[in-house]
Design a protein around this ligand. Sequence first.
Ligand SMILES: C[S@@+](CC[C@H](N)C(=O)[O-])C[C@H]1O[C@@H](n2cnc3c(N)ncnc32)[C@H](O)[C@@H]1O
Length: 289
Amino acid sequence: MSRPRSARHLAPLSGGTPAHAGKVWLVGAGPGDPELLTLKAARALAAADVVVHDRLVPEAILDLARPDARRLYVGKRKSNHSLPQDDICALLVALAGEGQTVVRLKGGDPFVFGRGGEELIACLEAGVACEVVPGITAGLAAAAAVGAPLTHRGLAQAVTLATGHAAPEGRAPDLDWVSLARPNHTVVFYMAVSTAGTIAERLIAAGRAPGTPVAVVENASLPGQRSRLATLATLPEAVADLDGPAVLIVGEAAGVAERLAPARDSLRAAALAALAGEGPALGARRRGA
Ligand SMILES: C[S@@+](CC[C@H](N)C(=O)[O-])C[C@H]1O[C@@H](n2cnc3c(N)ncnc32)[C@H](O)[C@@H]1O
C-alpha cells in the first residue's frame, strides 16, 4: 500500500546521502513572519546541527532549530559584509565535511537576490550534497500585504524582479530601462530605497508614464510593516522616511491596491470598532444583525 502523500513528501531530510555524510540545506526563511515558512524549511531547521544565517532572519524562526544546534551569523548589511561570500561558501563546505547537517538560512528565497546559486555551486563542486528549499520572496509577501497583484488581467502580463542596488553607491542601477518601461508589466525592485528617485527618473525617461502606480512595502509580513501607495512621480517622497528593508512594486497592476484601499480601510475600522465594543463588525451588519 502506498504511503499517504504528505508523509512521502516530508520523508527523510538526509535522503540520498550516507548516514555519516554531511549535507547543506539552502533554506529560504521567507519574508519574516514565521507562519510563512514552509513545512520543509521547519523540518530542515529542526534537523540541523548548525544553522548559518543572515541578518533578516528573525529570532522566532531561528528558535525552530534544536537548542543544541550551533548558530553562526554571517549576515550582510549593504556593503558591510560580516563574512565575504567566498568565505561563507568555504564555511558551508567545511561544516558539511565534518559530517554536520547544515542549514544555510536566508531571508526570502535563496535564489532571489540571495546568492544561493553561488553556494549551491560551491557545495556541489566540492562534492557536498546540497538541496534547496524555496522560500516566499519579499516581493510576493509585499504584493499580498497591500493587495497589489503582480499579474492582473488587462493590467500586467509579465513580472520582472530587479535589483535597485547600484555599485558604486550613488550610481544608477545597471538595468535595461527600456524593457522595464514597457507598459502592462510589473517590476518589483529589491534593495531600491536609496535609489528610488533615480529608478523613477530612468523609467520615466525610458517612456513609462509618471502616473504609473507604485506600491512601496517595508518590513512586509512583520509587525513593523509599513506601506505607501505612490506613483513614479511621487516616489521620492514616498520612500523618504523608510529605514527598513522594502520593495517597490511598479506597474499598472499596483493600482489595484490603491483602488481597494478605501474598502480595506473601512473593513479594518469596522473590525477595530467591533473589538472596542462600539458596534457590530461590518460582516454582521451586512447579514442584517
Ligand atoms: C539581499 S535581498 C534578499 C532578498 C531575499 N532573498 C528574498 O527573496 O526576499 C534584500 C532585500 O530584500 C527585500 N526584503 C527582504 N525582506 C523584506 C521584507 N520583509 N519586506 C520588504 N522587503 C524585504 C529588500 O528589498 C531588501 O533590501
